[in-house]
Structure formats: C-alpha cells, structure tokens
Design a protein. Structure first.
Length: 134
C-alpha cells in the first residue's frame, strides 16, 4: 500500500503493568507511525476491570492503514494484557497535531426552549391567526 493510504487514528488503552503498556506500543509501532504519544499514567479505576482496581492509561496518535487498525483492534480485544482499548479516526476539525483533551468537538447550541421569544400583542396574535386560516 502507498503511504497515502494511511489514516490518522487516536488510540487509548488501559493496561495492567508498564510491561503491558510497552507491549501495546510495540504492537502499534510494528506497522504504524506514532505521531504523538503521552506517557502512560497510573490511575484508579471507577470500577474493577478483570479484578484490577488500578491501571495504566495511555493515549497515542498514529498513522495506520485502515486494515491494520481493524486487526489491531481485534488483537487488543483478545490480548489479556489490554484491559480496555479504543481506536478512533481523528476528526478533521480538530487542531492539527494536538490530541483531543476532552473538549467537545461540536460547539454547543441552545435548545429551542432556551431561546428568547418576543411576546406578541393581542392584535399581532389575531393578525397571525387570520393569516394562517386564510
């Protein structure tokens, strides 16, 4: 495949140990180009996963062929060293070269119920009703 066939992906994972995290990075580097990588950090889990209450959380941005991304996802699912993983394509609207830091990618808009409307006078309301009925 041509290098132009590669797409940008963001990979997030939870691993049991530092060796497991290193194994995950090795799997990714086997066929992908790591653009950005944050050091895996230990965190306490909200609930136990496979009887683990702490895990290493790592995130990396990589260039991969789509077929390899699918195989990598399947490998992560079957590998006991990977507690959880997620592979997503990066959004074209995100800042180039910067990982998503948890900000929403779509700006929030107000709901229709929150929009302010002008109160109608009785005359204007009657005129509007007559126009609708005609």
């Amino acid at each position: 495949m041509e290098p132009t066939d590669k797409k940008e992906y963001e990979i997030a994972y939870l691993a049991k140990t530092e060796e497991d995290a290193a194994h995950i990075v090795t799997l990714v580097r086997a066929e992908g180009e790591v653009k950005e990588e944050r050091a895996a950090s230990r965190l306490k889990l909200a609930y136990p996963i496979e009887k683990e209450i702490e895990a290493l959380f790592g995130v990396m941005k990589v260039m991969l062929e789509p077929a390899f991304a699918k195989r990598l996802e399947d490998t992560f699912r079957m590998d006991k060293r990977v507690l959880r993983s997620m592979i997503i394509t990066t959004d074209a609207t995100s800042k180039k070269g910067e990982m998503n830091r948890g900000e929403p990618s779509v700006p929030r808009t107000s709901r229709p119920s929150e929009q302010k409307s002008m109160p109608l006078s009785n005359e204007a309301l009657e005129k509007t009703i007559e126009e609708i009925l005609q």
